[in-house]
Design a binder for this molecule. Structure first.
Ligand SMILES: [Zn+2]
Length: 125
């Protein structure tokens, strides 16, 4: 029996990451050049500081196009729930609220213009 036969079950051993998982298995990813570990297990890869905040920053959801007061109210409700549940990055929430504020103001102006442009009802005699 020679050494090549012994190592047959792990042919790429030299290129494999040295990380051992809690269940005893070795990470199968290739190691980085001149390093013992793969990119994922290398200690230069810092753990996520505040995972919940990162998730909140990256989470996506859809809002209604703010073409009516109802749509704006729905979006406000959605934002309110997410802010309360700490599910949205506060900065992004602030931006969205600002957008909704502009949309609401624009809608009011548009409705006022529409009202002044409609001819008054003719007197019914
Ligand atoms: Zn690894």
């Amino acid at each position: 029996m020679n050494e090549a036969t012994i190592n047959d079950d792990q042919p790429n051993n030299d290129f494999q990451c040295h990380h051992i998982f809690p269940d005893g298995f070795r990470c199968g990813s290739p190691r980085m050049r001149d390093e013992q570990f793969c990119y994922f297990h290398h200690d230069s890869r810092r753990p996520v500081v505040r995972p919940h905040e990162r998730l909140a920053r990256r989470s996506t959801f859809s809002l209604f196009t703010p073409t009516s007061h109802d749509a704006i109210q729905e979006s406000l409700g959605e934002l309110l729930i997410r802010i309360a549940a700490n599910d949205i990055d506060p900065r992004r929430a602030g931006l969205l609220l600002y957008c909704l504020q502009i949309a609401s103001a624009n809608l009011r102006v548009a409705q006022k213009t529409q009202q002044t442009q409609t001819p008054p009802e003719p007197d019914s005699n």
